[in-house]
Ligand binder design. Structure first.
Ligand SMILES: Nc1ncnc2c1ncn2[C@@H]1O[C@H](COP(=O)(O)OP(=O)(O)OP(=O)(O)O)[C@@H](O)[C@H]1O
Length: 803
């Protein structure tokens, strides 16, 4: 037996909230209105998700050991239940995520150890007393409970953490939430995450499954506070009802008083309690996280939550393995079966028994045996099938887990490979740069060495040459016999580099008497030697003394001479060296002077060229400026001219131009003006027609029409005058146009319009209209009226003579 563990988590206050005065959280104990509550774990507002997760460890261990476990959050709306289970929005940092990650790690580890196990996840929502599968394609497949456990849900086999988090996120998209006054995103349903850890037992050839229920309950809410209305209020009612059923279960199970304890636990009062049957008072190990707020106005709800948390703490669950649980259930079924049999027997006995024929009885017994056998084989088959299914499922998930691990490792390996390659490239680059620096250093050293040794060698060579010359030039030394009385004489050979004035002891020594002073001293040394140079012996030459004093003296003299010669050679060499140095120095100075002079020269030339260039530029600028000004001037002139041309000084030229153009048009029109005289035949015909009309008119008593020639229009008269004023050239009057299509020649005027600019008109009509209108103007009004009605009537038409 194990009691339900209880944790209390107090959420932080929001800005607008005020803390309750009577609430005090002291490490694990909670004091509220002088009452002490003592949960197993207490989390203050500063506690982290990881802290809460740590308190789940014992439950997780039980699940790993094959027992069922439950972790549920309980409390008033807006106290952080969903925050605790699922974390802040959009972040996978809730206790559910941490637990799934932990269990996945466990299963992966087991798989690597060769244990066949799998991890699956299903999600169920309880909304308005209806269970739906949140991992079904649309999140709306209904789920039925068998023995308090959901049957055939869409499970996701978890192999990688990302898959698990994706599945959780996908399922949660179907969760119903709504905004209330208590919580902006209040859960309107309970959600149960079922994490199954399946482990195949090779010895029993069975798959053991441990279920872990992670329950995010919707919060109890007062409609007055949440101000929920409509469907949200209905939801709140359903939520409160299911939570009430849960409280009843708590009360029933926590009652330790034999007398008052109800015989029946109302699990079936709501879907929630039916589903949590195994978690509360069942076989599961359970942790209840009671969420509270420290807000003053919520203090009553906080008290209620703490009270039920304490009640839950006293509930004892029977923690068995799944197998033990089944055995318990089997035993209870057997007991019930026996009870039923007994009752049946009692009834049979009450009725005095029942009788069957012997054959029937035997047949019945035979059938019973057969049914029993069949039942056994079916049970065996079901068991085999279940095991096979479980085996297949586990091995499938095993493969997936291994695949997932492999992919993870591969990606890690690739990362390492990349790192290695990067490091290798960096190393190679460094090695190359190091190598090149070493090479450069070696080359430099070699160069230095070569230069140094060459110069040293040449100096040494010159010295040795000089020395051998000096030795060759010296007279042969006569050999002296060395005796004890004649101790060897030591001649000091000094380096010319260390020439110093002879000390008084040297100059006064008996041996120096009669000797010639060395040619170089501090005073006459050229070039002068540095003051730190001192006269130090570089070699001691022993000379034997003997009976032949003169020989010894001679030798000494020779030696002195030799030393002098050597000194001279050294001096020469030194002088040469120093003069070479001086020359080098001089050459250097000269070269530098030359360089400076050349630089100055070049600079001067550059400055000169630049100055010239600038001057040329300025010149070009000014000349081009002049050009521009000139063009501007021109342009200005043109513009002025143009502007001037628009000043209407006088309209006369234009008028004249228009007049002359009009006149030319008129004159050309006059040229083309048709002949005044129609052909005589036509005139005759017209006259005939006019006559006949006149006769008819006369017969009807109409007035006579005036003859045509007496009613010439002013326009016609003007045209005639213009025409007559024009010189008549080239037979203009008789001008003809090319023959028309029927070969008839027509006067050109027939095709030319009058200068009125209107459409071409029939010559006769225009003439007639002009003459008629002119005529009408002379008529009395009633005559005009009559005329207009018989407007086509014409009088006798007299052809006019051409002037
Ligand atoms: N420990 C916490 N730290 C920071 N914020 C928190 C904490 N607990 C809760 N909140 C914030 O409080 C608000 C309400 O939390 P949450 O939605 O989890 O409450 P709830 O109890 O699930 O409410 P309901 O029952 O209505 O769904 C959220 O904005 C949440 O982010």
């Amino acid at each position: 037996m194990s009691s339900i563990k209880v944790a209390v988590r107090c959420r932080p206050l929001f800005e607008s909230e005020r803390a309750a005065t009577g609430l005090d959280i002291q490490s694990r104990r909670i004091l509220l209105d002088s009452k002490t509550y003592d949960p197993d774990y207490t989390f203050s507002p500063t506690a982290t998700q990881e802290d809460v997760f740590d308190s789940c460890a014992p439950i997780l261990q039980c699940v790993k050991d094959g027992l069922n476990g439950t972790i549920m959050v309980y409390g008033q709306t807006g106290t952080g239940k969903t925050f605790t289970m699922l974390g802040s929005e959009g972040q996978d940092n809730g206790v559910v995520h941490l637990i799934v990650a932990h269990m996945l790690e466990h299963v992966q580890q087991k798989t690597l150890e060769g244990v066949q196990c799998a991890l699956t996840l299903s999600m169920i929502e309880i909304y308005n007393e209806k269970l739906t599968d949140m991992l079904s394609p649309n999140g709306d497949e209904e789920v039925t409970l068998i023995g308090g456990f959901p049957r055939s849900t869409n499970k996701v086999t978890l192999c990688r953490l990302n898959d698990a988090n994706d599945a959780i996120a996908k399922g949660l998209t179907f969760r119903r939430t709504a905004a209330t006054m208590m919580n902006e995103r209040s859960s309107r349903s309970h959600v149960v995450f079922i994490v199954d850890v399946e482990q195949y037992n090779a010895y029993t050839e069975q798959a053991d499954v441990a279920h872990l229920f992670l329950v995010d309950l919707a919060g109890s809410e007062s409609l007055k506070k949440s101000q929920a209305v409509g469907s949200v209020a209905n939801e709140a009612g359903k939520i409160n009802k299911s939570l009430l059923a849960l409280k009843s279960v708590f009360l029933a199970l926590s009652n330790t008083n034999e007398a008052t304890r109800p015989s029946h636990v109302p699990y079936r009062d709501s879907k929630l309690t039916e589903l949590l049957q195994d978690s509360i008072g069942g076989t599961a190990r359970t942790l209840m996280i009671a969420c509270i707020s420290s807000v003053g106005r919520d203090i009553e709800e906080t008290k209620s939550t703490l009270m039920y948390a304490v009640k839950a703490k006293s509930i004892r669950n029977a923690a068995n393995t799944e197998k033990e649980k089944l055995m318990t259930r089997l035993r209870s079924i057997e007991v019930e079966n026996q009870k039923l049999r007994n009752r049946l027997q009692e009834r049979v006995n009450d009725r005095g028994g029942y009788y069957v024929a012997k054959e029937e009885h035997e047949q019945f017994q035979q059938m019973e045996v057969e049914v029993g056998e069949l039942r056994e084989s079916v049970a065996q088959l079901v068991k085999d099938a279940q095991n096979t299914n479980a085996k297949t499922h586990i091995s499938e998930s095993q493969t997936k887990i291994l695949q997932g691990l492999l992919e993870e490792k591969e990606s890690q390996l690739n990362g390492y490979k990349q790192l290695y390659e990067d490091a290798l490239i960096r190393f190679e680059n460094q090695a190359a740069s190091l190598q090149s620096s070493v090479q450069q250093a070696v080359a430099g050293a070699q160069r230095l060495l070569t230069n140094f040794s060459e110069s040293n060698y040449s100096t040494m060579e010159s010295w040795s040459r000089a020395l051998s010359d000096a030795l060759n030039a010296a007279p042969p030394i006569v050999a002296a016999r060395r005796t004890v009385e004649n101790p060897p004489v030591v001649v000091r050979v000094s380096s010319p580099l260390r020439v110093a004035p002879p000390t008084s002891s040297q100059s006064n020594s008996p041996r120096s008497k009669g000797r010639r002073a060395p040619p170089h001293s501090t005073e006459d040394a050229s070039p002068p030697c540095s003051p730190e140079r001192s006269l130090e012996p570089v070699a001691d030459v022993p000379i034997e003394s003997g009976g032949f004093q003169s020989v010894a003296q001679e030798i000494e003299y020779q030696c002195h001479k030799m030393v002098e010669d050597i000194n001279a050679v050294f001096s020469t060499v030194l002088a040469g060296w120093e003069s070479a140095f001086v020359e080098y120095h001089r050459n250097l100075l000269e070269a530098e002077a030359r360089r400076d002079a050349r630089i100055e020269e070049e600079c001067a030339s550059i400055i000169k060229q630049t100055t010239q260039g600038v001057q040329a530029l300025l010149r070009a600028n000014s000349s081009l400026g002049r050009d521009v000004a000139h063009v501007q001037e021109l342009y200005k002139g043109t513009v002025d001219l143009h502007a001037k041309s628009f000043i209407p000084v006088s309209a006369t030229p234009l008028k004249n131009l228009v007049h002359s153009s009009c006149m030319s048009v008129v004159s050309s029109a006059v040229h083309h003006f048709p002949e005044r005289c129609p052909p005589s035949s036509l005139v005759d015909q017209i006259n005939t027609i006019a006559l006949s009309h006149q006769l008819k008119l006369n017969a009807h008593g109409s007035q006579n029409l005036l003859p045509l020639q007496s009613m010439e229009s002013p326009a016609l008269a003007q045209v005639s005058s213009i025409k007559n004023s024009m010189p008549l050239t080239g037979g203009a009057h008789n001008e003809t146009v090319p023959s028309s299509q029927n070969g008839r020649k027509e006067p050109s005027s027939y095709s030319a319009p009058l200068n009125t600019g209107s459409a071409p008109r029939n010559r006769n009509n225009s003439l007639r209209r002009g003459s008629l209108s002119a005529r009408n103007s002379n008529l009395p009004p009633d005559a005009k009226h009559k005329r207009s009605r018989s407007n086509q009537s014409v009088s006798t038409f007299e052809p006019r003579k051409r002037k």
